[in-house]
Write a protein that binds this ligand. Structure first.
Ligand SMILES: Cc1cc2nc3c(=O)[nH]c(=O)nc-3n(C[C@H](O)[C@H](O)[C@H](O)COP(=O)(O)O)c2cc1C
Length: 200
C-alpha cells in the first residue's frame, strides 16, 4: 500500500555484484523488499543479471556531447533514470571505487542532457526530479584505511552524484571492515539498511 496521503514514489535501484549469494545481493534484496513494503514502485536494476554492457565505445565517446542522439545506445536505461524520484545504488567497493559495472553505467547513461547540462563549460544538475539518493555499500578494509586514500566512493556519491540530483534526502550507508565482519555485524547492517530505507 502506498504511504497515506503521499504520491507514489518510484525508485530506481541499481545493484552491481556478480554473485547472487553475496552479502551485497542480500543488501540489494533488503533495499527492494523495504521500499516495496512502503508501497513504492521499485525499478529493480541488477546490472549483472541484465547483462549491462559497461564499456563506453569509441562511437559513444565521439557522440558524447551530441544531444539528444547521444542517448540512443542506452535509451532504455536513460528512460528508467528519468522516471525515478529516488535512486539507490548498492555495490561493493572495489579498488576504492565503484565496480566497473556501476562505473560504466554512470559513464554511459549519465550523459550530457541526461544527468547534467553543460552551460558555459559548467555542469548544471539535470536529475533534480530525483529527490532521494542513497548508496548502500561495503568495504573490505577499515574506515581509517579508506579515509587515508580519501574514501573516493563516498565522495563520488555524496558529491558527484549528489551534485547532479541535488536531492532533499541523501544517505550513504557503508559497512567497513567486511574482511573481519561477524555474522552479528552483518545482521546489524542489514537491519540498519532496512531502517534507513523506511525513512528515506
Ligand atoms: C576486485 C576487488 C577489489 C577490492 N578492492 C577493495 C578496496 O579497494 N578497498 C576495500 O576496502 N575493499 C576492497 N575489496 C573488498 C570488498 O569491498 C569486499 O570483498 C566486499 O565489500 C564484500 O562484499 P561481498 O561479500 O558482498 O562481495 C575488494 C574486493 C574485490 C573482489
Amino acid at each position: 500500500m502506498p504511504e497515506s496521503g503521499a504520491q507514489m514514489t518510484r525508485a530506481l535501484v541499481l545493484s552491481a555484484h556478480p554473485c547472487p549469494e553475496s552479502f551485497s545481493q542480500a543488501l540489494h534484496a533488503k533495499v527492494v523488499e523495504t521500499l516495496e513494503g512502503r508501497g513504492w514502485e521499485v525499478d529493480d536494476c541488477d546490472l549483472y543479471a541484465e547483462g549491462f554492457q559497461p564499456v563506453l565505445t569509441e562511437a559513444e565517446r565521439r557522440a558524447y556531447h551530441d544531444e539528444p542522439e547521444n542517448i540512443e545506445p542506452v535509451r532504455d536505461y536513460v528512460e528508467r533514470v528519468q522516471a525515478a524520484d529516488a535512486l539507490v545504488m548498492v555495490f561493493p567497493v572495489w579498488n576504492f571505487g565503484y565496480p566497473a559495472m556501476l562505473k560504466g553505467f554512470l559513464d554511459r547513461v549519465f550523459l550530457p542532457g541526461v544527468s547534467f547540462k553543460l552551460v558555459d563549460g559548467k555542469v548544471k544538475p539535470n536529475l533534480t526530479h530525483i529527490r532521494k539518493l542513497a548508496a548502500v555499500t561495503t568495504y573490505g578494509g577499515t574506515r581509517l584505511r579508506a579515509m587515508l586514500v580519501g574514501d573516493p566512493p563516498r565522495k563520488c556519491v555524496t558529491r558527484a552524484v549528489w551534485h547532479v540530483c541535488r536531492p532533499s534526502r541523501m544517505r550513504y550507508l557503508a559497512l567497513y571492515d567486511m574482511n573481519r565482519a561477524t555474522d552479528s555485524a552483518r545482521r546489524s547492517f542489514l537491519n540498519k539498511v532496512s531502517f534507513e530505507m523506511r525513512g528515506l
